[in-house]
Write a protein that binds this ligand. Structure first.
Ligand code: 4AD
Ligand code: MG
Length: 477
């Protein structure tokens, strides 16, 4: 008999029909009620076994975690909490799970414990919901850009350039580390390496994306990026996914408009397509908030947060205005910030970003026109020669979710920035060609995909929104 997914049954199932369902046992209660889940929805299907008609040894194998196939009649449920259930006629164990050894017991496990068994945590309600929401968001990203006529471009994962110029890269090499070939100057001879040069995992697809935007007008990349920064925080991964649109003929304002409408589209997509999962995550979030001390709780629930972002304009504030606000703020005056804001030019830490968003403006903020000294070489120099046309989108509970800019399209200005920053000009010749031939104003940004998933799901730690997180000291699986 053909298997039907639980989600399909719960939405389109016809009562009094014989159905087959396969899935994993969540609980087996009173030797009678199986809560079965196949991952197609957060909702379990109740399968009712009349234990008198079943072999005792078979019943003993219906353990939490076991994979089973049940065939029976779909009926309207007698009990509370579900609309339909299956009266089981035949039951087959597809894969046993030893109740003594299965790590996921039918009780609440801590997120920390579940991180240790990332290969099994997808079988919990929380993580299966996150996986499904993540899928919906991937789909929504492609939808958004496709509807606008942007082209998806695959940029390289192994690269010979440092897109951010920050030097936080993972080396890619096939050299024998115990016996590295040396040059006459006793330095590692990368000419003998696989690519005959130094290569790394990309930190961003932007530079290659720019080459495509200056031919196809509007493009986006959506790929894995890698950063060897030793940041052990709830917002940093060593391997994360980034969405990077790049648009010819967009100035900084156009860029901010696109970023705002993109984020609202994603939030709205989740609200419309992930209702059951968001309800579940909303309850989880509320319980988590209740467990916190009063002053650390957020005022809004998860779904309320999403509705709020969807319905309100983001506040656009220049870096200079932000510094004035921060300088005069209570936590700065009372020395509550870890990094006190003393003068213009200071780099903003996440405590400052979150103050602006959560305490001062109480809504998402787009900060723009940052000091050029704290930003990357490719950002467009402003008239004042102190700031660049950069923009960061800051979100409640997250801090920076998007970083972007208008790009420096003027060859000579860009060249002098490259030299100023000590970047090897010969390595950037291909990039400079885009400015030598038919250069044009253009802009783009990068959305940290996991930070967006954190916002949508209300998960506090970025390690819980990617299936297999990579962080300093952690690359299991
Ligand atoms: O601000 P970033 O470094 O910008 C760029 O890489 C640009 N090349 C993007 C562009 O203009 N095309 O990174 C962009 C976003 C950040 O705002 C943040 O959301 C996320 O990527 N991000 C990280 N997410 C998780 N772990 C990390 N270590 C991250 N570093 C940045
Ligand atoms: Mg940034």
């Amino acid at each position: 008999m053909k298997r039907t997914k639980i989600n399909t049954l719960l939405h389109q199932g016809q009562v009094n029909q014989i159905v087959n369902v396969k899935g994993w046992v969540r609980t087996f209660r009173s030797n009678r009620f199986i809560a079965l889940n196949d991952g197609s929805t957060i909702n379990n299907l109740q399968a009712v076994v009349d234990f008198e008609n079943f072999d005792e040894t078979l019943l003993k194998r219906i353990n939490t975690g076991a994979c089973v196939s049940v065939t029976g009649t779909l009926v309207e449920s007698q009990g509370k909490g579900q609309s339909m259930e299956v009266i089981v006629e035949t039951l087959e164990i597809i894969g046993d799970a030893d109740a003594e050894k299965y790590p996921l017991q039918p009780k609440k496990h801590s997120l920390e414990f579940l991180r240790e068994i990332a290969h099994l945590r997808v079988r919990t309600n929380t993580f299966s919901a996150i996986y499904r929401v993540r899928h919906a968001m991937i789909f929504a990203v492609h939808n958004f850009f496709n509807e606008k006529g942007f082209f998806n471009v695959h940029t390289p994962i192994i690269t010979g350039s440092d897109a951010e110029g920050a030097g936080e890269m993972f080396r890619v090499t096939t050299l024998d580390l115990k016996n590295t070939p040396l040059t006459e100057e006793e330095e590692i001879n990368f000419k003998e390496d696989f690519f005959e040069k130094e290569t790394n995992l990309t930190v961003s697809g932007q530079l290659e994306g720019e080459t495509a935007a200056l031919a196809l007008s509007e493009i986006y990349t959506f790929g894995p990026t890698f950063r060897a920064e030793n940041s052990n925080t709830t917002r940093h991964l060593a391997e994360f996914w980034m969405v990077e649109p790049e648009m010819a003929f967009y100035d900084l304002n156009d860029n901010m408009d696109l970023a705002e409408s993109f984020l609202k589209y994603l939030v709205n997509y989740a609200l419309e397509h992930c209702k059951d999962d968001l309800n579940f995550l909303n309850n989880r979030y509320e319980e988590e908030q209740k467990a916190k001390p009063q002053n650390e709780r957020t005022e809004m629930g998860l779904v309320e947060h999403l509705e709020f972002v969807k319905n309100n304009n983001f506040e656009r504030v220049s870096y200079t205005e932000a510094i004035d606000i921060l300088k005069g703020s209570k936590p700065n005056k009372k020395k509550k910030f870890k990094y006190l804001i003393e003068e213009w030019g200071a780099d903003l830490q996440s405590e400052h970003e979150r103050f602006l968003v959560e305490k001062h403006f109480k809504k998402p903020v787009i900060l723009y026109n940052y000091p050029k000294n704290i930003k990357a070489f490719y950002m467009r120099n402003n008239e004042d020669d102190k700031t660049v046309a950069a923009m960061d989108v800051l979100f409640p509970g997250i801090g920076e979710i998007i970083g972007g800019s208008q790009r420096e399209e003027r060859l000579e200005v860009l060249k002098s920035r490259i030299i100023e920053m000590g970047i090897e000009e010969s390595e950037m010749n291909w990039y400079l060609d885009t400015r030598r031939f038919g250069s044009a104003p253009h802009s783009g940004f990068g959305l940290g995909f996991e930070r967006m998933i954190q916002f949508i799901t209300g998960m506090g730690n970025i390690r819980d929104v990617i299936p297999f997180p990579r962080t300093p000291g952690n690359a299991a699986y």
